[in-house]
Design a protein around this ligand. Structure first.
Ligand code: NCD
Length: 355
């Protein structure tokens, strides 16, 4: 892939880079054994500060199927993080040992922060409630495999659009394709954050925000269900108010298009009833398998990068971002990276506006 040093956000991927990646992915799907030694001698560091099944396992199996190896942790308590090591130092050490770092944390902007200090590619496997670009690559692969192309689609995104990082990345990515209409379906409390809505407006995308699923369902070509993200709620009562608000059942699907794709990044809680699994429109388990193939394509591309020396950054003098989940709140040495947006400034790590 042409010059993508890190994968922090899908925004950075051009359509040419996506085409190259997807072409490679299809080649891998068709001839997996031809790639069995493609990453022989390469090592992936897998740093999971937050729970994961699909993302961590699919990255590990992707690397193994390419002939490479993996080290890392799935519980930061078992690493020097528990002794107080900074993210910067952990990344510098892992970048000395490995060829790529795959990282998931609960802090928004952490992958960007890590990339500032890494000599090797950093791949964002989820940074808090912010972004999840490799899930989006999985989602785009699924749409392409099932539909042949991406474009001219009514896409419903349903559930916790405030905290759901998969949805944020998917909206960013789909905005680059022609004629997409977004149906943002969520309780009012869990609506998509301002930086996502701003992105849609700036890119002149068609979208509506609604609270009910049933009215939009017959119009949709893709329904992307998500769970209410319990772990991101500070108020347990707010979670109780919003949980189980959407439940897709086979009966509700009677009113949907015959070629609808029902997608879900998984894990599901109760937002898709089990009787939907046998409906041919339900593609979420296949979607998880495509995730492994597109991650093989990604690792193969990124592990062949030459090591580079990152520039040195000034040591920060304390966070100016007020988002309590922003990585700048816990890693105080980070530089304050911001950009001007209409009516103010935005933190480059978490993308929240600085009041
Ligand atoms: C998602 C995640 O971790 O954000 N899962 C995944 O990576 N497939 C979705 C979720 O946890 O709800």
């Amino acid at each position: 892939m042409t010059d993508l040093r890190h994968l922090i956000s899908v925004e950075a991927i051009t359509s040419k880079q996506w085409d190259e990646l997807y072409t490679l992915c299809r080649d891998i799907i068709d001839n997996p054994l031809e790639f069995a030694d493609s990453c022989k001698g390469k090592v992936m560091a897998s740093l999971f500060y937050e729970p994961s099944t699909r993302t961590s396992f699919s990255f590990q199996t992707a690397m193994m199927r390419l002939g490479g190896s993996v080290f890392g942790f799935s519980d930061p308590g078992a690493s020097s993080v528990s002794k107080g090591e900074t993210l910067m130092d952990t990344v510098k050490i892992c970048s000395a040992y490995a060829d790529a770092i795959v990282m998931r944390t609960p802090w928004e902007g952490s992958a960007l922060a890590a990339s500032l200090y890494s000599e090797i590619p950093v791949i964002n496997a989820g940074d808090g409630g912010h972004m999840h670009p490799t899930q989006t690559l999985t989602d785009l692969t699924t749409i392409c495999q099932k539909r042949g192309k991406i474009g001219g689609l009514n896409v419903g995104l349903c559930g916790d659009l405030k905290n759901g990082r998969t949805v944020h990345s998917l909206i960013m990515a789909l905005s680059k394709f022609p004629n997409i209409s977004f149906y943002l379906i969520s309780p009012r409390d869990l609506a998509a954050p301002d930086y996502i809505l701003r992105h849609l407006k700036e890119n002149k995308q068609k979208y509506i925000e609604v609270t009910g699923l049933e009215a939009s369902l017959p119009l949709l070509d893709i329904l992307y269900m998500t769970r209410i993200q319990k772990e991101r709620f500070t108020d347990p009562l707010e979670y109780e108010r919003n949980k189980s608000v959407y439940v897709l059942t086979k009966r509700k699907l009677d009113r949907a298009k015959k070629d609808l794709l029902v997608m879900h990044p998984l894990p599901r809680v109760d937002e898709i009833a089990l009787d939907v699994d046998t409906d041919p429109r339900a593609v979420y388990f296949e979607q998880a398998r495509y995730g492994m193939y597109i991650r093989m394509a990604l690792l193969l591309t990124m592990c062949s990068r030459a090591r580079y020396t990152p520039p040195s950054y000034d040591i920060g003098k304390g966070a100016i971002c007020k988002n309590e989940r922003c990585i700048t709140q816990t890693e105080h040495y980070l530089p304050n990276l911001t950009r001007n947006v209409q009516g103010g400034r935005q933190c480059l790590f978490c993308e929240k506006e600085i009041p």
